[in-house]
Write a protein that binds this ligand. Structure first.
Ligand code: GLU
Length: 438
């Protein structure tokens, strides 16, 4: 049985970086018929907010990455306390009294001597400074190297002597991330921890915490980081999330299709559903190099998805009143749903008449005259262009381009036959006449 978890801190909205982590946890669980848990890491009571907690859940829901179970660290302090006492009794956590300044000074001294700046344990009989509350460290076992086979990075090996005993609890009793995370992973039966490679050295220490709690460490998959195509994940991309997609009318599947495959050896293709993505999900295809994220790729995938989507699939996401017939007419020319807005006036609103040359104006004037007499219920575009070809002697672009400009105000767009039939005779004649006047 596979159990994964996505563990964001509710101190901000989700963005492409952590959406990708959420997605991979979701897909791996889905592929293996397992469970996907959302763990809200809200031990930091100052920075965590109920609003971000809600927004994270809403965003995951909107993308179709719904968790099978939601847990909140702030509701699990009793469990942490019990396990902490156990580790303390076993001598695996111990009290420390150094101030931040003292530690920083030792660090500089060690570095100055060309030594690794590893925390130096105090002798057991060292005096306890008066009136100072302790913070707590986890005692790493220095005996054997720490090893695991990472599902993405392969064989990993750390010398525990080169790692500092990590601080797990502050003077004021508040928790740092490392230990509660392990306690939860044990308690929730997490089988696979999938997260960014910035956590690799945490995993080294955490592996020993699993052992100390009498549990087998889960399997780890540390993914290479996501960087912006132009550099490191910029502030702008840090705010590239669901809010942005919704505002732009971008389908969640466009982003998910990209995030599922970016940085892997598999081709990036538009997928219609998360199940489709889950079917092909495979850690062994993940590369070790940072993955380059370019928002333009999301747009491209979105355009492809829209060109193939059925109206039923997107109807909910269209924020405007657009009929199925109109959507079918326009979809080939939009790369996001919000682009529909710009096309609606072409169908039944007003457009800005284009600037045409003298010859073009004569041509559209003639077209207006022909249009007036046409039966619009048959095939008005074909009838109009065939007659105009005969009367004007023009053909090809010389014939079609001024008509498209006059009738739509645009250089390019959907098939004229569909547009012309949809806009109706009166509107077509008026536009041709307006363009002829200019
Ligand atoms: N809250 C941690 C983070 O966002 C979770 C890391 C983990 O997956 O264990 O970095």
């Amino acid at each position: 049985m596979v159990v994964t978890r996505f563990a964001p801190s509710p101190t901000g909205r989700l963005h492409v970086g952590n959406i990708r982590t959420a997605l991979h946890n979701f897909l791996f669980a889905r592929k293996n018929g397992g469970t996907f848990i959302l763990r809200i890491d809200d031990t930091d009571r100052e920075r965590s907010t109920a609003e971000f907690d809600q927004a994270i859940r809403d965003d995951l829901e909107w993308m179709g990455l719904t968790a099978d179970q939601v847990v909140r660290q702030s509701e699990r302090f009793d469990l942490y306390e019990r396990q902490f006492e156990r580790l303390k009794a076993a001598g695996r956590v111990y009290a420390c009294y150094e101030t931040a300044e003292e530690l920083e000074l030792r660090r500089k001294v060690l570095l100055g001597r060309g030594l690794p700046p590893v925390y130096e344990r105090q002798p057991a009989d060292a005096s306890v400074p008066e009136g100072r509350a302790p913070h707590w460290r986890f005692r790493l076992d220095h005996e054997a190297p720490i090893t695991w086979t990472d599902l993405i990075r392969g064989s990993q090996r750390f010398d525990p002597k080169l790692l500092s005993d990590p601080v797990v609890r502050r003077e004021d009793g508040s928790w740092l991330y490392l230990l509660p995370s392990v306690i939860d992973d044990v308690d929730l039966g997490i089988t696979h921890v999938v997260r960014g490679e910035d956590h690799v050295s945490n995993s080294a220490a955490q592996t020993q915490m699993f052992d100390a709690l009498g549990a087998k460490p889960p399997q780890f998959a540390h993914e290479a980081l996501l960087v912006a195509a132009e550099g490191k994940l910029s502030k702008r991309l840090g705010s590239y999330g669901v809010e942005h997609l919704r505002a732009e009318g971008v389908e969640p599947m466009a982003l998910l299709s990209l995030l599922a495959r970016i940085g892997t050896s598999q081709p990036i293709e538009p997928a219609a559903s998360v199940d489709e993505l889950a079917a092909g999900f495979d850690f062994s295809t993940f590369g070790r190099a940072p993955a380059h994220f370019d928002p333009k790729d999301v747009e491209t995938l979105n355009a492809k998805l829209l060109h193939h989507a059925s109206y039923a699939e997107v109807a909910n996401a269209i924020l405007l009143d657009v009929s199925e017939k109109d959507f079918d007419l326009l979809r080939g020319n939009i790369s996001r749903l919000s682009d529909l807005e710009g096309w609606l006036p072409v169908l039944d609103g007003d457009i800005e008449p284009p600037e045409l040359s003298h010859d073009e104006r004569l041509l559209v004037k003639e077209a207006a005259g022909i249009s007036e007499r046409l039966d619009w219920s048959a095939e008005p575009w074909r009838a109009l262009t065939e007659e105009l070809k005969r009367t004007s002697g023009k053909k090809g672009r010389e014939l079609f381009h001024p008509l498209r400009l006059a009738l739509t105000g645009r250089e390019s767009g959907p098939e004229m036959a569909g547009l012309v039939a949809r806009m109706g005779r009166d509107r077509a004649v008026r536009r041709l006449e307006d363009a002829a006047k200019r």
